[in-house]
Design a binder for this molecule. Structure first.
Ligand SMILES: [Zn+2]
Ligand SMILES: [Zn+2]
Length: 269
Protein backbone atom coordinates (compact mmCIF):
# COMPACT_ATOMS: atom_id res chain seq x y z
CA UNK A 1 0.00 0.00 0.00
CA UNK A 2 1.38 3.37 -1.00
CA UNK A 3 -1.12 5.56 0.78
CA UNK A 4 0.59 5.88 4.15
CA UNK A 5 0.85 9.44 5.34
CA UNK A 6 0.23 10.78 1.89
CA UNK A 7 -3.02 12.66 2.08
CA UNK A 8 -2.42 15.93 3.90
CA UNK A 9 1.24 16.40 2.98
CA UNK A 10 1.26 15.59 -0.71
CA UNK A 11 -1.53 17.33 -2.68
CA UNK A 12 -0.07 16.21 -6.01
CA UNK A 13 -0.75 12.62 -5.12
CA UNK A 14 -4.23 13.28 -3.75
CA UNK A 15 -6.08 13.84 -7.03
CA UNK A 16 -4.72 10.73 -8.78
CA UNK A 17 -5.56 8.73 -5.67
CA UNK A 18 -9.13 10.05 -5.53
CA UNK A 19 -9.47 9.47 -9.26
CA UNK A 20 -8.30 5.89 -8.83
CA UNK A 21 -10.59 5.29 -5.85
CA UNK A 22 -13.64 6.69 -7.62
CA UNK A 23 -12.94 4.61 -10.76
CA UNK A 24 -12.59 1.49 -8.62
CA UNK A 25 -15.77 2.41 -6.74
CA UNK A 26 -17.63 2.71 -10.04
CA UNK A 27 -16.36 -0.75 -10.93
CA UNK A 28 -17.79 -2.02 -7.65
CA UNK A 29 -14.63 -2.44 -5.58
CA UNK A 30 -15.83 -2.50 -1.97
CA UNK A 31 -12.55 -1.28 -0.49
CA UNK A 32 -12.66 1.82 -2.72
CA UNK A 33 -16.28 2.56 -1.84
CA UNK A 34 -15.65 2.19 1.86
CA UNK A 35 -12.52 4.32 1.72
CA UNK A 36 -14.31 7.14 -0.09
CA UNK A 37 -17.19 6.94 2.37
CA UNK A 38 -14.86 7.03 5.36
CA UNK A 39 -12.94 9.93 3.88
CA UNK A 40 -16.20 11.81 3.33
CA UNK A 41 -17.40 11.31 6.91
CA UNK A 42 -14.13 11.32 8.85
CA UNK A 43 -11.67 13.57 7.11
CA UNK A 44 -11.22 17.01 8.71
CA UNK A 45 -8.55 18.30 6.35
CA UNK A 46 -9.98 21.23 4.34
CA UNK A 47 -7.99 20.73 1.14
CA UNK A 48 -8.75 17.01 1.08
CA UNK A 49 -12.44 17.64 1.73
CA UNK A 50 -12.65 20.12 -1.13
CA UNK A 51 -11.04 17.74 -3.61
CA UNK A 52 -13.08 14.84 -2.30
CA UNK A 53 -16.35 16.66 -3.00
CA UNK A 54 -15.79 16.41 -6.76
CA UNK A 55 -15.34 12.64 -6.56
CA UNK A 56 -17.99 11.56 -4.08
CA UNK A 57 -21.27 13.29 -3.28
CA UNK A 58 -22.78 13.06 0.22
CA UNK A 59 -25.49 10.78 -1.21
CA UNK A 60 -22.92 8.48 -2.83
CA UNK A 61 -20.81 8.39 0.34
CA UNK A 62 -23.86 7.34 2.33
CA UNK A 63 -24.80 4.69 -0.23
CA UNK A 64 -21.23 3.29 -0.19
CA UNK A 65 -21.18 3.22 3.58
CA UNK A 66 -24.53 1.41 3.87
CA UNK A 67 -23.52 -1.09 1.22
CA UNK A 68 -20.24 -1.84 3.01
CA UNK A 69 -22.17 -2.45 6.23
CA UNK A 70 -25.30 -4.20 4.97
CA UNK A 71 -23.90 -6.29 2.13
CA UNK A 72 -20.29 -6.84 3.18
CA UNK A 73 -20.62 -6.48 6.96
CA UNK A 74 -17.39 -4.43 7.08
CA UNK A 75 -16.33 -3.70 10.64
CA UNK A 76 -15.11 -0.20 9.81
CA UNK A 77 -18.45 0.66 8.19
CA UNK A 78 -20.34 -0.49 11.30
CA UNK A 79 -18.01 1.45 13.59
CA UNK A 80 -18.58 4.61 11.57
CA UNK A 81 -22.35 4.06 11.45
CA UNK A 82 -22.35 3.67 15.24
CA UNK A 83 -20.61 7.03 15.54
CA UNK A 84 -22.94 8.74 13.07
CA UNK A 85 -26.06 7.45 14.81
CA UNK A 86 -24.72 8.64 18.14
CA UNK A 87 -23.69 12.06 16.90
CA UNK A 88 -27.04 12.50 15.16
CA UNK A 89 -28.02 15.22 12.68
CA UNK A 90 -30.59 16.51 15.19
CA UNK A 91 -28.26 16.54 18.16
CA UNK A 92 -27.08 19.94 19.35
CA UNK A 93 -24.98 20.80 22.35
CA UNK A 94 -27.00 23.59 23.84
CA UNK A 95 -26.64 26.60 21.57
CA UNK A 96 -23.49 25.21 19.95
CA UNK A 97 -23.33 23.85 16.42
CA UNK A 98 -23.70 20.09 15.89
CA UNK A 99 -20.51 18.43 17.00
CA UNK A 100 -19.43 17.10 13.62
CA UNK A 101 -19.67 20.50 11.97
CA UNK A 102 -17.67 22.01 14.84
CA UNK A 103 -14.96 19.44 14.17
CA UNK A 104 -14.91 20.18 10.42
CA UNK A 105 -16.50 16.83 9.56
CA UNK A 106 -19.41 16.05 7.26
CA UNK A 107 -22.74 16.11 9.06
CA UNK A 108 -24.34 12.92 10.25
CA UNK A 109 -27.10 11.84 7.85
CA UNK A 110 -28.96 10.04 10.67
CA UNK A 111 -31.12 11.24 13.53
CA UNK A 112 -29.76 10.56 17.03
CA UNK A 113 -30.32 6.94 18.04
CA UNK A 114 -28.61 5.22 20.95
CA UNK A 115 -30.18 1.86 19.98
CA UNK A 116 -28.81 1.93 16.47
CA UNK A 117 -25.46 3.22 17.63
CA UNK A 118 -25.06 0.29 20.03
CA UNK A 119 -26.22 -2.22 17.39
CA UNK A 120 -23.62 -1.02 14.91
CA UNK A 121 -20.78 -0.96 17.45
CA UNK A 122 -21.63 -4.54 18.40
CA UNK A 123 -21.72 -5.60 14.76
CA UNK A 124 -18.35 -3.89 14.21
CA UNK A 125 -16.71 -6.02 16.92
CA UNK A 126 -18.46 -9.20 15.78
CA UNK A 127 -17.49 -8.73 12.15
CA UNK A 128 -13.90 -7.90 13.15
CA UNK A 129 -13.72 -11.07 15.25
CA UNK A 130 -14.96 -13.09 12.27
CA UNK A 131 -12.14 -11.88 9.98
CA UNK A 132 -9.67 -14.55 8.97
CA UNK A 133 -6.78 -12.09 9.20
CA UNK A 134 -7.77 -9.32 11.59
CA UNK A 135 -4.58 -7.32 11.03
CA UNK A 136 -5.04 -6.94 7.28
CA UNK A 137 -7.45 -4.02 7.18
CA UNK A 138 -6.15 -1.99 4.28
CA UNK A 139 -7.83 1.31 5.13
CA UNK A 140 -5.65 1.69 8.22
CA UNK A 141 -3.11 3.40 5.98
CA UNK A 142 -5.46 6.22 5.18
CA UNK A 143 -7.75 6.64 8.14
CA UNK A 144 -6.07 4.83 10.98
CA UNK A 145 -6.35 1.26 12.18
CA UNK A 146 -9.64 -0.24 13.27
CA UNK A 147 -9.39 -0.61 17.02
CA UNK A 148 -11.46 -3.40 18.55
CA UNK A 149 -10.64 -2.00 21.99
CA UNK A 150 -11.91 1.47 21.15
CA UNK A 151 -15.14 0.14 19.64
CA UNK A 152 -15.65 -2.07 22.72
CA UNK A 153 -15.24 0.97 24.95
CA UNK A 154 -17.69 2.91 22.84
CA UNK A 155 -20.38 0.24 22.90
CA UNK A 156 -20.09 -0.05 26.70
CA UNK A 157 -19.99 3.67 27.30
CA UNK A 158 -22.97 4.18 24.98
CA UNK A 159 -24.88 1.49 26.85
CA UNK A 160 -24.54 3.53 30.06
CA UNK A 161 -27.06 5.93 28.50
CA UNK A 162 -29.80 3.55 29.65
CA UNK A 163 -28.72 3.57 33.27
CA UNK A 164 -30.13 6.13 35.65
CA UNK A 165 -27.81 9.06 35.87
CA UNK A 166 -27.90 10.61 39.33
CA UNK A 167 -24.46 12.18 39.12
CA UNK A 168 -24.98 13.79 35.72
CA UNK A 169 -21.41 12.83 34.92
CA UNK A 170 -21.96 10.77 31.81
CA UNK A 171 -23.17 12.35 28.60
CA UNK A 172 -24.70 15.38 30.26
CA UNK A 173 -24.85 16.97 26.82
CA UNK A 174 -26.97 14.22 25.28
CA UNK A 175 -30.75 14.18 24.86
CA UNK A 176 -32.76 12.13 27.30
CA UNK A 177 -32.93 8.37 26.80
CA UNK A 178 -35.46 6.47 28.88
CA UNK A 179 -33.97 4.34 31.62
CA UNK A 180 -33.60 0.69 30.80
CA UNK A 181 -30.91 -0.82 33.04
CA UNK A 182 -31.63 -4.30 31.65
CA UNK A 183 -30.60 -3.06 28.27
CA UNK A 184 -27.35 -1.69 29.63
CA UNK A 185 -26.66 -4.91 31.46
CA UNK A 186 -27.29 -6.96 28.32
CA UNK A 187 -24.63 -4.95 26.47
CA UNK A 188 -22.12 -5.29 29.32
CA UNK A 189 -22.80 -9.03 29.43
CA UNK A 190 -22.24 -9.23 25.70
CA UNK A 191 -18.94 -7.32 26.07
CA UNK A 192 -17.87 -9.55 28.95
CA UNK A 193 -18.66 -12.62 26.82
CA UNK A 194 -16.27 -11.20 24.19
CA UNK A 195 -13.51 -11.11 26.77
CA UNK A 196 -13.57 -7.35 27.37
CA UNK A 197 -12.10 -7.10 30.85
CA UNK A 198 -13.57 -3.73 31.97
CA UNK A 199 -17.05 -5.17 31.33
CA UNK A 200 -16.15 -8.28 33.32
CA UNK A 201 -14.97 -6.04 36.18
CA UNK A 202 -18.15 -3.96 36.19
CA UNK A 203 -20.30 -7.09 36.34
CA UNK A 204 -18.55 -8.16 39.53
CA UNK A 205 -15.21 -9.50 38.28
CA UNK A 206 -14.10 -12.87 36.98
CA UNK A 207 -14.63 -14.52 40.39
CA UNK A 208 -17.49 -12.57 41.93
CA UNK A 209 -18.64 -13.09 45.50
CA UNK A 210 -22.05 -12.55 47.06
CA UNK A 211 -22.06 -9.07 48.63
CA UNK A 212 -24.02 -10.37 51.63
CA UNK A 213 -22.61 -13.78 52.57
CA UNK A 214 -19.41 -13.90 50.51
CA UNK A 215 -20.51 -17.09 48.73
CA UNK A 216 -18.90 -18.02 45.43
CA UNK A 217 -20.64 -17.97 42.05
CA UNK A 218 -23.48 -15.58 42.93
CA UNK A 219 -26.09 -15.91 40.20
CA UNK A 220 -28.11 -12.71 40.71
CA UNK A 221 -27.22 -9.13 39.97
CA UNK A 222 -28.85 -6.30 41.90
CA UNK A 223 -31.39 -5.10 39.32
CA UNK A 224 -30.78 -1.47 40.25
CA UNK A 225 -27.05 -1.14 39.70
CA UNK A 226 -26.12 -4.41 37.95
CA UNK A 227 -22.69 -4.39 39.64
CA UNK A 228 -23.41 -5.96 43.00
CA UNK A 229 -24.02 -9.70 43.03
CA UNK A 230 -25.89 -12.11 45.29
CA UNK A 231 -26.39 -15.85 45.51
CA UNK A 232 -30.12 -15.48 46.18
CA UNK A 233 -33.03 -13.07 46.54
CA UNK A 234 -32.73 -13.69 50.25
CA UNK A 235 -29.11 -12.42 50.36
CA UNK A 236 -30.08 -9.45 48.22
CA UNK A 237 -32.98 -8.55 50.56
CA UNK A 238 -30.81 -8.81 53.67
CA UNK A 239 -28.10 -6.66 52.15
CA UNK A 240 -30.42 -3.91 50.91
CA UNK A 241 -30.01 -1.81 54.09
CA UNK A 242 -26.28 -1.56 53.40
CA UNK A 243 -26.57 -1.36 49.67
CA UNK A 244 -29.37 1.12 48.99
CA UNK A 245 -27.17 4.15 49.66
CA UNK A 246 -24.64 3.14 47.05
CA UNK A 247 -26.94 1.41 44.57
CA UNK A 248 -27.65 4.58 42.60
CA UNK A 249 -24.03 5.63 42.24
CA UNK A 250 -22.02 2.40 42.25
CA UNK A 251 -22.54 1.72 38.57
CA UNK A 252 -21.33 5.17 37.60
CA UNK A 253 -18.38 4.91 39.95
CA UNK A 254 -17.46 1.55 38.41
CA UNK A 255 -17.88 2.83 34.87
CA UNK A 256 -15.77 5.88 35.61
CA UNK A 257 -13.13 3.74 37.32
CA UNK A 258 -12.95 1.43 34.29
CA UNK A 259 -13.65 3.79 31.41
CA UNK A 260 -13.06 7.22 32.98
CA UNK A 261 -10.61 8.41 30.39
CA UNK A 262 -13.10 7.77 27.61
CA UNK A 263 -15.38 10.47 28.89
CA UNK A 264 -12.92 13.30 28.65
CA UNK A 265 -13.20 13.74 24.88
CA UNK A 266 -16.99 13.41 24.90
CA UNK A 267 -17.33 16.16 27.51
CA UNK A 268 -15.65 19.02 25.69
CA UNK A 269 -17.88 22.08 25.80
ZN1 LIG B 1 -25.17 -14.80 49.48
ZN1 LIG C 1 -27.60 -2.20 43.41
Amino acid sequence: MVFAGLLPCCPDALLPLLELLSKCAELGVVFAKLTLARMHFECTHDAVRQSLATYVSPAAALEYLLEAADVHNACEAHALLGTLHFQGSDCNRGAAAPVRAAEGRAESPFPYSVDKSIDHFKKAVESYDALAEPKQLVTRHILGAFSREKVMIRVCVTATMYMNNPTGLLFDDRPFVSQDPKRSRAVFKWAASKGFSPAVAILGGANPKCAHCGGNNPSNHCPGCMCTRYCSKECQRKHWGNHKGECLTIFHDEVLANFGECFVPSRRS
